[in-house]
Design a protein around this ligand. Structure first.
Ligand code: ZN
Length: 287
């Protein structure tokens, strides 16, 4: 499948539906071959036949999401269902007061040298994270967990910090409050002890170079086996509103994580395409 063409097509559909202001990659120009006049013949039209739309293969029956009977509200007032398949990105946000159910402290699931024990995740994600961390440590890497559940008001603090550090790019490196997957209680930011040496910055915590650390490389290969998926891989910007974040994983269960890895769909792309109706009225300025 031509991933680039599909991404442009789907991003166009998505953004047209959402009315966002995101910059889109320009569509590829037609590639019809100019022919000498003498050879203009009916066969020439064959080269200009549009490529058929790619066949999408979502699996809604494997991951059913109930259609809400509640009246449609703005995404800034959305209280989502509590399953693992809630789309959160620059257009689809959450009510500031939404708190996921069954949050648990990571101290009971992950060794204390990996994470502060008072970080929170939903129980299923915490259990899976514990299994993932133990397996990774057994293979040699030494992961840390830098952040997990963040409520709306905590996200305000994070966003303001990035706004001060990097005002030109804040909207691409940090989700606007109400638009962070961390508010779902299933997203984790991993750290690596190798990052300071790799970046030359002793205080480095978040960097694209995480992908080159032992921990980043292990996660790229094995995270799906524990139900985690990389939300913002390269090329997903039009779907997430964020740049490449090799440290940010979200728990979606083993079946969907494996499906995403095998199919090549981005998480936000898959969740959007398998919606059974809009979950809320998209936010116009959610970037
Ligand atoms: Zn994150």
């Amino acid at each position: 499948m031509n991933r680039g063409r599909r991404a442009v097509l789907l991003a166009t559909i998505f953004l047209a539906a959402c009315q966002t202001q995101a910059a889109l990659p320009s569509a590829p120009a037609p590639t019809g071959t100019a022919l000498p006049a003498a050879t203009l013949a009916p066969t020439a039209t064959a080269t200009l036949t549009p490529t058929p739309a790619p066949t999408l293969t979502p699996l809604p029956t494997l991951f059913p999401r109930p259609t809400s009977s509640a009246p449609l509200v703005a995404c800034s007032e959305r209280r989502p269902s509590d399953d693992l398949y809630v789309l959160v990105n620059s257009s689809f946000g959450l009510d500031p007061d939404y708190v996921p159910p069954d949050l648990v402290g990571l101290g009971n699931y992950v060794p204390g040298n990996v994470t502060p024990p008072d970080l929170l995740l939903r129980r299923a994600a915490a259990e899976a994270l514990g299994r993932l961390v133990r397996a990774m440590q057994a293979d040699g890497p030494a992961p840390t967990v830098l952040s997990a559940y963040r409520g709306y008001y905590d996200q305000i603090v994070v966003y303001q910090k990035w706004q001060e550090q990097d005002p030109a790019y804040v909207s691409q490196i940090s989700a606007v409050p109400g638009h962070s997957e961390h508010q779902l209680g299933t997203a984790v930011d991993f750290g690596s002890p190798e990052l300071p040496a790799l970046t030359g910055d002793p205080s480095a915590r978040f960097s694209p170079l995480f992908a080159e650390t032992s921990e980043g490389r292990w996660l790229a290969v094995h995270a799906h086996e524990y139900g985690f998926t990389l939300t913002s891989p390269p090329g997903a910007e039009a779907w997430t509103g964020l740049t490449y974040e090799p440290w940010h994983y979200r728990y979606v269960g083993v079946d969907l994580a494996a499906y995403l890895r095998a199919s090549g769909y981005f998480l936000a792309e898959y969740l959007y395409l398998t919606m059974t109706g809009l979950p809320c009225i998209p936010d116009m300025g959610g970037r």
